[in-house]
Design a protein around this ligand. Structure first.
Ligand SMILES: Cc1ncc(COP(=O)(O)O)c(C=O)c1O
Ligand SMILES: [Zn+2]
Length: 371
């Protein structure tokens, strides 16, 4: 039987629609053992479902897929370093969040549910709304009032009930959590099935690199759903004997909102309150990451680090990538700015980074950075 567990207090729970958090208040994880059958993988379509035996959906008929994933891994030169860029804005909804949504909403279908709620800075909400539309599952998406217009229109285009909340991203989460006592919480941060989708980021890199792991992964971190998915994916590969080690995980935060940077530098187990300022990188403007403890553990376990980037650096990197043919949103520009910073103090290493969100989603913020 599938079970959730709490790594904070070692309690176990059944996978039931009403259970999304431990009695101790912590997030939950899923007990799951994947399999990697490389011969079978190679014969399948180029979607993230090619890793079928490593994804926790019990019956094939519940899989909701839009042929997502297996995104390109492109080589690009940065200051004389050969970097591999995973082009994750090439998903049906324009961001990597579809990795999580395809698995989570397949699970929602498997559980026989008819309605979900989610709160998001915009992209996760778009992804959940799109997959719910496919499955004809009703959904309410809560977003902060300041979310980019492109994302708001997109969420509504999928037929979701958009709920704009005045105040911060944290306030939005609070309002959604109250509603979650009545409706299934398809939260990308709380719900472990989402991470079992984002972990396919690691599997694809492993396959595209000839069944090997890179030395370093440079990733954006807000709630850490890509960061933790990448960590989980490589940990599962390591435990299955498919790779020798987990890559060093380098997280990038905006200097205007960097709770993980603060906690990591100070050696804390959990994040603590920070003074949050406005940032163009709305996707990583997370002051209170739900899985902060888990992200800090992954950083230490992988011998990784956290970097911060300024608004000026984010803007410059977003523009530079446009000139190089990649129209990305500023949250992804932040990752590139972090990569450039990281390259200043490392020697030859195989480094993978990613472009997570399409520029069209945040066109206003790109053309008028101070809005
Ligand atoms: C484009 C983009 N990149 C990265 C992230 C960061 O994801 P997370 O908050 O799970 O760390 C987000 C989150 O919304 C995003 O929209
Ligand atoms: Zn607990």
């Amino acid at each position: 039987m599938e079970r959730f567990y709490c790594s904070g207090c070692n309690r176990f729970y059944p996978v039931a629609p009403t259970i999304w958090r431990c009695e101790c208040g912590s997030f939950l994880d899923l007990e799951f053992k994947p399999n990697f059958l490389t011969k079978k993988i190679l014969k399948r379509d180029s979607t993230l479902w090619r890793y079928r035996e490593a994804l926790p959906i019990l019956r094939d008929e519940n899989i909701l897929s839009m042929r997502e994933g297996f995104t390109p891994l492109e080589e690009m030169d940065f200051n004389g370093h050969r970097i591999l860029l995973k082009i994750d804005y090439l998903f049906p909804t324009g961001s990597y969040k579809d990795r999580g949504a395809t698995v989570l909403i397949s699970k929602v279908k498997e559980l026989g549910l008819k309605k979900v709620i989610e709160d998001s800075s915009g992209n996760a909400g778009s992804a959940i709304a799109a997959y719910c539309a496919r499955a004809q599952i009703e959904c309410d998406i809560y977003v902060p009032q300041t979310t980019s217009a492109g994302k708001l229109v997109q969420i509504q285009a999928y037929g979701a009930d958009l709920k704009r909340v005045e105040g911060s991203r944290e306030k939005t989460a609070q309002v959604a959590m109250e509603a979650a006592s009545r409706i299934y919480y398809a939260s990308h941060c709380w719900n472990p099935f989402f991470l079992h989708g984002t972990k396919t980021f690691a599997f694809e890199i492993w396959e595209q690199m000839g069944w090997k792991a890179p030395d370093v992964l440079v990733l954006p971190v807000g709630h850490g759903t890509l960061f933790l998915g990448a960590y989980m994916g490589f940990r599962e590969l390591k435990e299955a004997g498919m790779v020798r080690r987990i890559p060093r995980l380098v997280g990038v935060q905006s200097a205007s909102c960097a709770p993980l940077y603060q906690a990591f530098k100070k050696g804390w187990r959990e994040t603590r309150p920070i003074e949050k300022k406005e940032t163009m990188a709305e996707g990583i403007a997370i002051a209170e990451p739900i899985r902060g403890r888990q992200i800090l553990e992954a950083l230490r376990d992988s011998d990784g680090e956290i970097l911060t980037v300024t608004e000026r650096e984010i803007e410059a990197a977003t523009k530079e990538m446009g000139r190089r043919g990649h129209f990305i949103e500023p949250t992804s520009g932040a990752t590139v700015a972090g990569l450039k910073k990281y390259l200043k103090h490392i020697k030859k290493k195989v480094i993978v980074t990613t472009l997570t969100g399409m520029g069209l989603k945040a066109a206003g913020k790109i053309s008028h950075p101070n809005i």
